[in-house]
Write a new protein. Structure first.
Length: 346
């Protein structure tokens, strides 16, 4: 499947999509489990996700250190090429990170594998001034369309102010921004920058797993000339790597329902669930293992193993996951997974 043209890419992103941040399936030896890695992508596809983001934080940045970057990107691309229906295939977004030379190589690899866009992490340039960051992004954008990424500092990101985002938005090949600082003030820095830029061909995707529904429902201030408000169109989220079928249904409700109070109430339940899965009370130390635990319980993963043998559930996190799964069955898609699991694993 060829990458989408940039006009098609922009249009599909603007339509509002569920884009899970793709986890990494490992076996007990902490080696790649190809069969379950494919099953995860098939799950997202059949759940109705509009795309997948691979080689991102949820996939574990350390895949680059153990020779798994290309295999993991390739497996997802292979599943996205499988023909299962007449609906548009999933968009493929590759995470790229590191200094400019490394990020450029990763972007070129993504292009060679048919990826549509790159999500650019700036954590490796933690101490660089805005001008260096923007030039870095401009270099990647000359290779592949890019999605900006405001990753919260507690899991490897850095502060990115209004001035950065305003200049970043002068790069032609920007198609979207994933906003994930888990901070309302910093989120508004991005929405203000987009409004000030005057661009309407760049869309916002929430990565604020603690405020998913609030982001999707909010009209942020537009430009001073009275232009239409700034809105988040969809989400690119680690939280949506689990219970994905329900996430797709929820996004459709946001698009069509006028019952804001009910949706905000569901958003509060989802934030409570996310606190357990992401291990918020321990500064997100168990966030990847928490996602794995839900997928393990559903049978999609064999275990919760991470590349780092010291990374796992925090003390008390399992009990918190027990609590929220018992409290919020309406947020889950266990029956959907059980119905299709054998086919995905075949």
């Amino acid at each position: 499947m060829e990458p989408a043209s940039i006009d098609n890419l922009r249009a599909r992103l603007a339509s509002g999509l569920v884009i899970p941040a793709h986890p990494l399936a490992l076996n007990a030896s902490r080696q790649l489990d190809d069969r379950r890695q494919r099953a995860l992508t098939r799950y997202y596809r059949d759940a109705g996700a509009g795309g997948v983001a691979v080689a991102v934080h949820t996939t574990q940045f350390a895949i680059r250190d153990v020779g798994l970057l290309e295999p993991v990107l390739s497996l997802a691309a292979d599943v996205c090429r499988e023909s299962v229906s007449d609906r548009a295939g999933m968009l493929k977004i590759a995470g790229v990170c590191g200094p400019t030379a490394q990020a450029s190589r990763e972007a070129a690899l993504a292009v060679s594998l048919g990826y549509d866009a790159a999500l650019v992490s700036l954590g490796a340039l933690r101490d660089s001034p805005n001008a260096v960051l923007v030039e870095h992004c401009r270099t990647i954008a000359s290779i592949i369309p890019i999605v900006g990424f405001y990753l919260q500092p507690s899991v490897g990101g850095r502060l990115l102010d209004f001035s950065f985002w305003r200049t970043f938005l002068e790069i032609d090949n920007v198609v979207a921004i994933k906003v994930a600082p888990f901070n309302r003030y910093q989120t508004i820095d991005v929405t203000r920058a987009l409004a000030a830029s005057g661009r309407r061909d760049v869309v916002l995707y929430t990565g604020n797993d603690d405020a998913i529904v609030a982001d999707l429902l909010t009209d942020f201030p537009g430009a001073d000339d009275g232009a239409r408000p700034i809105r988040f169109q969809g989400g690119l989220l680690g939280q949506w790597a689990v219970w994905t079928r329900r996430a797709v249904q929820m996004l459709e409700q946001v698009k069509s329902s006028g019952d804001t109070r009910a949706l905000l109430a569901e958003g509060a339940r989802l934030t409570d669930a996310n606190a357990a899965l992401f291990d918020a009370r321990n500064a997100f130390a168990g966030c990847i293992a928490g996602i794995h635990e839900v997928l393990r319980r559903q049978g999609l993963l064999e275990g919760i193993w991470c590349l780092d043998p010291h990374e796992g559930l925090s003390m008390g996190q399992k009990e918190e996951i027990d609590r929220v799964t018992a409290a919020y069955p309406d947020l889950q898609d266990d029956a959907f997974v059980a119905e299709h699991l054998d086919r995905w694993l075949a």
